[in-house]
Design a protein around this ligand. Structure first.
Ligand SMILES: [Zn+2]
Length: 443
């Protein structure tokens, strides 16, 4: 885009050095980090010209949205914020966005930045690791070795996500007796190294159970270590008691003024009991409203039509959100019903090349695309709406087609993407050509 910033090609190339280097992984990142922070330390104040923004919907005679209107603008960026949105001046002394579409930067709201094989040789999931307890036993074997290189590999994982336009993540991080607090400490180191171009909120995640492997004291320590959410895991099948597990989490969140985001893979009765138990706890403690989430929540996928409507309404009233990887196959989550009732649905890649799954691409736009395919969002209007899964609900146009983003004063967290409108970006998973984080051009 401009001489002082690294090009996307250069960014991708430097990001792949680690992968190509194999065992040389510990040497590579320092050089890349320096290169990247040099680039992002470029201008704090600058103007972008020829920036395409959505300005409205075009309707046919039946009132259907049939296209999205766009215009070119000059965007002034100052001190990490969008200072002004002005009519385009093609001859301005400004960075040329060349007509690319500006969208809000993407947010991955469920990922494990601390846990990945990324940067190591390819390895598929093992058939013998069938249950969560099998996975816990496997993690107990492999985590000590992985921790030795987790800082540079997490940084590479962040760069992969950035290359797809993500500048923000909610990352779960293992708090367990095997890694102690080292998974958290290493993740915090990697995030510190990337703080100029990426931000994350952290969930202290008792991946090996709270009682199953005696993680209470570690969780209490972690809660004091600059994290944002208290996590949890399958209270019935791992810890054998919903109340004990959930009461601990809720109290820890309340005592430390944190949110809650639990992993709940459990289906059927145990899963639904935990969902209702948590809803009740949040209603008892309204301070938790809006900052309590259930990740996966597969039990919702098995409910009949009446029950899912009832549960969605309860979740919405308690302001309990659902974090989903948009699974398909046997488990189709009822996301359209959750949306209908106003539940905060967030999406994430969850695993990117790890021992749980190897299918996470790092692109959250791809998750919006997957949701569009799964739930039949095919029209210009529907495709434009489901972009919210990639941006955590920030959309350029409101439902009536009024421009609602960007506004002067908004944080300058944007992507420039090779698409004519949001609908095309979702449908085609269009390539992200530039990422700007807090006004800093990452590439
Ligand atoms: Zn997860």
């Amino acid at each position: 885009m401009e001489p002082r910033s690294i090009s996307r090609k250069g960014f991708l190339k430097s990001s792949s050095v680690l992968l190509a280097a194999g065992t040389g992984i510990l040497q590579a990142p320092a050089a890349i980090g320096a290169q990247q922070s040099r680039s992002v330390k470029a201008d704090r104040s600058y103007t972008l010209k020829n920036v395409r923004l959505e300005t409205g919907f075009g309707y046919d005679e039946d009132g259907e949205v049939v296209y999205t209107k766009t215009e070119l603008f000059n965007i002034e960026i100052h001190d990490g914020k969008i200072k002004a949105i002005l009519p385009n001046k093609a001859d301005a002394n400004a960075i040329d966005a060349k007509g690319l579409l500006m969208l809000p930067a993407f947010r991955d709201m469920h990922i494990h930045l601390d846990k990945t094989f990324y940067g190591l040789p390819w390895k598929a999931k093992l058939a013998k690791n069938r249950t969560v307890k099998d996975m816990i036993a496997y993690e107990q074997q492999i985590i000590p070795e992985l921790l030795k290189t987790s800082v540079p590999r997490t940084e590479k994982l962040i760069e992969l996500m950035q290359s797809y336009g993500t500048n923000y993540a909610r990352s779960h991080v293992n708090i367990d007796p095997t890694s102690g607090l080292n998974s958290l400490k290493n993740l915090q180191k990697a995030l510190e190294n990337k703080k100029e171009s990426f931000q994350a909120e952290l969930v202290a995640f008792p991946q090996h159970g709270i009682n199953y492997t005696k993680s209470e004291d570690l969780m209490k320590e972690a809660a004091k270590m600059d994290i944002d959410f208290i996590g949890g895991l399958d209270p019935t099948s791992i810890d054998g008691a919903i109340e004990k597990h959930m009461d601990f989490i809720v109290q820890l969140a309340l005592d430390n003024n944190k949110g809650i985001d639990i992993h709940l893979h459990e289906s059927g009765d145990p899963g639904m009991k935990t969902i209702h138990y948590l809803i009740d706890k949040v209603i008892e403690n309204p301070v938790l409203k809006g900052k309590t989430f259930i990740s996966h929540s597969f039990a919702l996928a098995q409910l009949d039509k009446v029950k899912i409507e009832e549960t969605a309404e309860k979740l919405a009233n308690a302001k309990v959100g659902i974090a989903s990887t948009i699974p398909f196959g046997g488990t189709i989550m009822p996301i359209p019903v959750l949306y209908k009732h106003g539940v905060d649905v967030v999406a994430g890649n969850d695993c990117i090349i790890d021992w749980w799954s190897t299918f996470g691409t790092g692109s959250i736009l791809q998750k919006a695309n997957l949701a569009a395919q799964l739930y039949g969002y095919r029209t210009e209007f529907d495709l434009s709406r489901i972009l919210k899964l990639a941006t955590h609900n920030v959309l350029p146009l409101d439902d009536k087609g009024n421009r609602s983003w960007p506004k002067a004063g908004d944080q300058a967290d944007v992507v420039l993407i090779d698409a004519s409108c949001s609908a095309e970006a979702v449908s085609r998973i269009s390539p992200v050509k530039s990422l700007i984080h807090r006004g800093k051009i990452v590439f």
